[in-house]
Design a protein around this ligand. Structure first.
Ligand SMILES: Cc1cc2nc3c(=O)[nH]c(=O)nc-3n(C[C@H](O)[C@H](O)[C@H](O)COP(=O)(O)OP(=O)(O)OC[C@H]3O[C@@H](n4cnc5c(N)ncnc54)[C@H](O)[C@@H]3O)c2cc1C
Length: 608
């Protein structure tokens, strides 16, 4: 039975693909379509049915994985899994490492993991397929590459995070030692995350007349290429004699620990089949991203047999970031002295300033950690009168083209899902010719053609007026939760914003406004009445791409799921390497800190 479509380019491509597989790997044509099919007497390479319409047969070298006992088994090959595996191979040159990845090359449009996620509040949470990617490199396939450091305040107990800060400053200090290696792997340069530490830039300011006090302007985000960890590190992984990459396999559940808490077996499903086989390892590292890491632990309650029960925190305290725009800033000084765009380092790395609030201010005011940066006015509203912005907005809302320009979650932040004012946008383009075309063309070249990509588009404002984008920590709220549905596999996600989340954002803007006015540097103009602002923030904020909190670090299983060595309570050899362990979400995008934490875990296991 041949499931390969015979007509059209897809069919032809597929036939040649299958011929190539047979030629190079000398494997048998599969004889059954319902699971693992093995040709007796071959190396054991196996095939399984994949997406029936497009790529029916995908190879998996599964028997090798089930044959022996690995030193390390890593589940998930996103930035966390790859960083950990590469560093572990470097630190432990004799260790054998099995890297299991659910996705595979040429992933079909639908997969069983994303299809079995149920999100209760789509107003504030993206659809499953917009939140993560499957395949070698995980969600780095579409990430923006914004690398941000966690701040000391994120590790302090504060009233506003209630009893939620279950890690401490010693953890930050420890992770910081691994920042250089994380920066190397993320390719975001080796410079500091605070320009106050850079003598060449310490005296420069975001705008004329600005001085740091209640609000600062020296903390920066650094930008990755953006490095897609799959294509970037595939060769290194495949060339490694230590790492055995197993693509197209889903880690489904753990076997039980023995009396000493040692888990020896992980059950794996090949592709989408329901048949499970065990792989054995001395240590396991779960790096499957927040939602899948959480699901795997929820599906493995036997891990906690030695405790009083499954830790209450498992699946709870789910956080992302509150983000959006409620105001513009009008600076009073010379527009040409405003650092509205990117700074560049000698090695080409892009940096960008952010308004930040020092720890003393956040603690005094009982606020959540928040970053605010200069942005363009809303693209969809043609009243900005910029031909270049109108051109880019129209390109973004054009079917097919829009999807090629940016992943849906990023495109949504530009278009807000609105198709509006097309004639007025066309007028803007005509009025602004030739710049309306020239500016996007030059941006297109720098953003899509160059190796180190222009990370975003920020246009100069001759009026010295910019929209402000906020990106804020969320309260670790017990009610924000991931849990299994009645079928024991569906992951149900409950996610909403609290009043504290929203009020903190508003108060941070008030502090920024007061600070700018005190310096006579500028002021804020709000886009909403004070009374309408909370509802507006509730409406505009959407996350699901910066997931954290659901397997949080704590000192004991009564408060969390893993200890500060990332070891799952109740076990001696299962570790979690995911932003799911972050008890507080801070203002920082999670991936850079996660990669530094992955390097730390590799060093820890090498020394253990
Ligand atoms: C559009 C978008 C933009 C983003 N921009 C940024 C940004 O600018 N800066 C930033 O810091 N972060 C950003 N992020 C978030 C960032 O991508 C994630 O924080 C990061 O990828 C998490 O890495 P991870 O390795 O923990 O998980 P993932 O990248 O999700 O990788 C997990 C891997 O595990 C695999 N897997 C899952 N379950 C199983 C299983 N049961 N068995 C085997 N394998 C499994 C998955 O297929 C996947 O490949 C963005 C995300 C998106 C979607």
């Amino acid at each position: 039975m041949d499931l390969c479509p015979r007509d059209g380019a897809a069919g032809r491509a597929l036939s040649s693909r299958r011929r190539a597989w047979r030629k190079f790997r000398n494997v048998a044509r599969p004889r059954s379509l319902d699971g693992l099919c093995r040709k007796p007497g071959t190396s054991g390479a196996a095939t399984f049915p994949g997406n029936r319409s497009k790529y029916p047969f995908v190879k998996v070298d599964f028997s090798k994985a089930t044959a022996g006992i690995y030193d390390l088994c890593v589940i998930g090959s996103g930035p966390a899994g790859i960083t950990f595996a590469l560093e572990a191979a470097r630190m432990m040159p004799r260790a054998s490492i099995l890297l299991i990845e659910f996705g595979r090359e040429a992933m079909p449009a639908h997969n069983v993991l994303d299809d079995s996620i149920c999100i209760e509040n789509l107003r504030n949470h993206h659809e499953p397929y917009e939140c993560t990617n499957k395949g070698l490199g995980g969600s780095s396939a579409t990430w923006g590459g914004r690398c941000v450091m966690y701040d000391p305040v994120d590790f302090l107990s504060r009233d506003i995070v209630r009893d939620g800060c279950t890690w401490d400053l010693s953890f930050l200090e420890d992770v910081r030692r691994h920042v250089p290696r994380a920066a190397e792997l993320c390719e975001c340069g080796q410079g500091p995350f605070d320009l106050a530490e850079d003598p060449a830039r310490a005296e420069s300011r975001i705008a004329e007349g600005f001085q740091s006090a209640e609000v600062t302007d020296t903390v920066v985000e650094r930008w990755s290429m953006p490095t897609q960890f799959g294509p970037r590190y595939r060769k290194e992984i495949e060339a490694s004699p230590q790492i055995h990459l197993l693509e197209g396999c889903r880690a489904s559940r753990f076997g039980p620990p023995d009396q000493t808490g040692c888990v020896s077996e992980l059950f794996v499903r090949v592709g989408e089949s329901a048949t499970e086989s065990g792989v054995r390892s001395r240590r396991f590292v779960v790096a499957a991203g927040t939602q899948e890491t959480t699901r795997l632990l929820l599906r493995s309650p036997q891990l906690f047999a030695g405790l009083a029960g499954v830790p209450d925190a498992l699946g709870r305290y789910y956080q992302g970031h509150v983000s959006g725009k409620i105001a513009s800033v009008q600076f009073h000084g010379d527009p040409r002295k405003t650092e509205y765009g990117f700074l560049r380092e000698p090695d080409g790395t892009y940096l960008r300033r952010r308004f930040h609030f020092p720890a003393e201010v956040l603690c005094r005011e009982n606020l959540l950690n928040t970053a605010i940066w200069l942005d363009n006015p809303l693209y969809f509203n043609p009243s900005h009168r910029s031909g270049a912005m109108s051109f880019m907005y129209l390109a973004m809302i054009t079917p097919v083209l829009g999807k090629k320009l940016a992943p849906p979650a990023v495109a949504h932040s530009v278009t807000k899902g609105k198709v509006t004012g097309v004639p007025a946008h066309l007028m803007n383009i005509l009025r602004g010719l030739p710049g309306s075309l020239w500016t996007p063309a030059s941006i297109f070249y720098r953003r899509y053609i160059r190796r180190r990509k222009l990370p975003g588009v920020f246009l100069f404002s001759p009026q010295n007026r910019y929209a402000l984008h906020f990106h804020a920590e969320q309260v670790p709220d017990r009610k924000n939760r991931m849990e299994l549905g009645p079928d024991g596999d569906t992951l149900v996600i409950h996610y909403s914003l609290t009043d504290d989340d929203v009020n903190s954002v508003i108060r941070c803007h008030e502090l920024l406004d007061a600070h700018l006015r005190k310096l006579d540097c500028g002021h804020l103009d709000y886009w909403f009445d004070r009374a309408a602002m909370p509802a507006a923030i509730h409406d505009m904020s959407r996350d699901g791409i910066h997931q954290s909190g659901t397997t949080r670090i704590a000192a004991a299983p009564e408060q969390g799921v893993v200890n500060s060595d990332l070891l799952v309570f109740g076990t001696e050899n299962v570790f979690v390497c995911s932003s799911s362990v972050f008890p507080t979400s801070g203002q920082a995008n999670p991936t850079f800190f996660l990669c530094a934490m992955a390097v730390r875990l590799a060093h820890h296991l090498a020394q253990a």
